[in-house]
Design a protein around this ligand. Structure first.
Ligand SMILES: [Cu+2]
Length: 174
């Protein structure tokens, strides 16, 4: 579309129509545009100490980038606990007051459960954590879309006329 056509197209719309076109196209952009790949940076080394006691891990949420080298140091503070990482099929176990380490490359992306694999008491099945590899794209996209929706609702309830502060037509025509 050349500049004259674009100008005619814009002039033939009302401010409100333009606002919706703008909002809908931003929405599509947020939902489908590729995000920069943060994981391309050089692999990092993580040393993560996880304390295990009945019936929780501390921390219970881990996040690394794909390709990172991860060492988990499991430290049990009460009874024997284990840590089994789903999908990676890796396990480590630590005796009371002792530590045990597990080193691996985070070469599978996604969110994986880790769980205690040593029966340690009544609530043992609930002793779980989450290991995430990679950028959680949907989190960013979800938040951006939510903000856009609020913006859209505000725009439609307050009206969006040619003389408003948000005067897209005069901005474009200048
Ligand atoms: Cu356990």
């Amino acid at each position: 579309m050349n500049p004259t056509n674009l100008r005619n197209f814009i002039a033939s719309r009302t401010g409100k129509q333009l606002a919706w076109i703008l909002i809908i196209s931003s929405g599509l952009l947020i939902a489908f545009a590729p995000l920069p790949d943060f994981s391309r940076s050089a692999p990092q080394t993580h040393f993560i100490r996880i304390e295990a006691n009945k019936f929780a891990y501390q921390p219970a949420q881990l996040h690394v980038n794909p390709g990172d080298i991860v060492t988990i140091e499991l430290a049990s503070t009460d009874v024997v606990h284990g840590l089994y990482l789903d999908s990676y099929d890796l396990a480590v176990q630590s005796d009371p007051g002792q530590t045990a380490t597990l080193t691996f490359i985070a070469d599978k992306t996604g969110s994986f459960r880790f769980r205690c694999n040593i029966t340690c008491g009544a609530l043992h099945p609930f002793m779980i954590g989450k290991f995430t590899v990679g950028v959680n794209q949907w989190l960013y996209r979800g938040w951006s879309l939510a903000i856009l929706i609020v913006f859209g609702i505000l725009a439609s309830t307050h009206g969006w006329r040619r003389n408003n502060t948000f005067n897209i037509i005069s901005i474009v025509q200048k």
